[in-house]
Design a protein around this ligand. Structure first.
Ligand code: HEC
Length: 251
């Protein structure tokens, strides 16, 4: 019932948009070339949207398809704008398989089948270092773990050539007792001291940083390795920060 009502409302909203656009061109149609008002800044956009709008049957769309259409194709966002990773706004907004499986309507839950699919996709995305998983430099790792620089939106482009992108760990995790971190994720203070650094523990940690969906399907934690924000050396450095007995994490 609720779904039906919201579909009707969305279609009504979309239709009224159409009527407005249609109304404008009807007014202009009766006028001579000379009588036409000088085009306002918004006019070319409206004109470009009009033929597109006509070719679409809103009533045949599911609420999700309609929402996607309005977000992506109605000209509200400049989809061709370049991004710092060398793609476009459209590529950034297009969901990959894991994001699709994890994006649900309010009140819906991830099914066991979707969870399994997400975990399998995550497992397939992980690339391991050729010489095995080793710890890097904890001091470099500390800089990376406490940096949220890089790939930001709604900013001037971040210059990755002058400063490397960080892992942003501190925004969600308490890491060490010398600084205050976030609490969206569990505290990682004392990580190496409490868990030891067996090969299994190193593998688990590498995988969580590379693509956490392999253990926590549909988690909020970003896929730092799989999306290329952190490379293998940077992950090794952050791991050293978590495991090294000399690191403030384990003091
Ligand atoms: C946007 C928030 C967020 C960011 C950023 C983030 N994490 Fe997480 N992390 C989480 C959450 C939430 C969990 C718990 C998993 C779950 O239940 O979804 C987690 C789990 C973990 C775990 C497993 C904890 C355990 O008890 O075994 C590790 C290790 C970890 N994160 C390390 C990192 C590192 C290192 C970084 C930076 C490269 C990082 N995280 C960045 C949110 C985040």
């Amino acid at each position: 019932m609720f779904k039906k009502t919201s579909t009707a409302a969305a279609v009504a909203a979309a239709t009224s948009l159409l009527l407005i656009t249609g109304g404008c061109s009807a007014t202009n149609a009766g006028k001579t070339e000379a009588a036409k008002p000088a085009p306002a800044a918004a006019a070319p956009a409206a004109a470009a949207a009009a033929p597109k709008a006509k070719s679409v049957d809103y009533t045949a769309m599911s609420p999700k398809a309609l929402a996607e259409y309005l977000i992506f194709e109605s000209g509200s966002y400049e989809l061709d704008q370049p991004t710092q990773e060398g793609t476009t706004g459209r590529a950034r907004l297009t969901q990959d398989e894991i994001q699709k499986a994890c994006s649900l309507m309010k009140g819906e839950e991830v099914s066991d089948k979707a969870r399994e699919k997400v975990m399998a996709l995550a497992a397939a995305s992980i690339k391991y270092p050729e010489g095995g998983i080793k710890l890097g430099d904890w001091k470099k790792g500390r800089e990376l773990a406490w940096s949220g620089f890089g790939y930001r939106t709604a900013h001037n482009p971040d210059d990755h050539s002058s400063r490397e992108a960080g892992g942003n760990c501190y925004n969600c995790h308490q890491l060490a007792t010398d600084r205050t971190g976030g609490d969206i994720g569990p505290s990682l203070t004392g990580y190496g001291k409490n868990r030891g650094s067996s090969p299994d523990m190193l593998k688990y940690t590498y995988e969580v940083i590379y693509n956490p969906h392999v253990y926590f399907a549909c988690t909020n934690m970003p896929r730092m390795g799989a999306t290329g924000v952190l490379n293998q050396q940077q992950i090794a450095d952050i791991m050293a920060y978590l495991f090294d007995p000399a690191s403030p994490v384990n003091k």
